[in-house]
Design a binder for this molecule. Structure first.
Ligand SMILES: [Zn+2]
Length: 171
């Protein structure tokens, strides 16, 4: 799957943003496309998405499927064709009258369900740095990402360097 262009992969990136913004000890930064009042309403969904990502990153596909099945049912997610006025028809997974939270729940749960077991699901991970609980989607070619970002990577590298330095000093 092409991680850069896939519709579902883009939704996974959105889910990762949401989880990092709204859950965990390192939460922070409202995504630019969300308003402050929307963020509060999406917090429950973000907690569920974190559970899915943590399950997938540890290879627990049964656990991820359990949470996703609940989200799919709760949001009444199913394919529908929709058009606004003269706009072209497009595929949606929520009822036209679904509220904001149900739309997001349906769309993101379908995206995760669609990639469960394929390459994109393997690219979801949790930061390996101590005291960081952010999640990420690894877009690298070799799937080698271990940290949520450069800051954590540098922090771990610096700590390892200091540790080596100490050992040298003791000798
Ligand atoms: Zn991190």
């Amino acid at each position: 799957m092409d991680i850069g262009t896939s519709h579902h992969a883009l939704r996974l990136e959105t889910a990762v943003d949401l989880v990092n913004a709204l859950t965990g000890d390192n939460r922070g930064g409202t995504p630019a496309y969300l308003r402050e009042d929307e963020v509060g309403r999406l917090a429950g969904l973000a907690v569920d998405l974190r559970a899915v990502i943590e399950a997938l990153s540890s290879g627990d596909h049964d656990g991820a499927a359990g949470v996703l099945n609940r989200l799919l049912a709760d949001s009444d997610a199913r394919p529908r064709l929709h058009r606004d006025g003269d706009e072209p028809w497009h595929l949606t997974f929520h009822a036209a009258d679904a509220d904001f939270v149900r739309r997001w729940t349906a769309g993101l749960a379908v995206a995760f369900a669609a990639v469960l077991g394929d390459d994109s699901a393997q690219r979801l991970g949790c930061c390996a740095a101590p005291r960081c609980d952010r999640v990420f989607l690894d877009a690298s070619q070799g799937r080698t990402k271990r940290f949520c970002g450069v800051a954590c990577q540098n922090r771990v590298k610096a700590a390892a360097y200091r540790k080596r330095g100490k050992i040298v000093n003791v000798r």
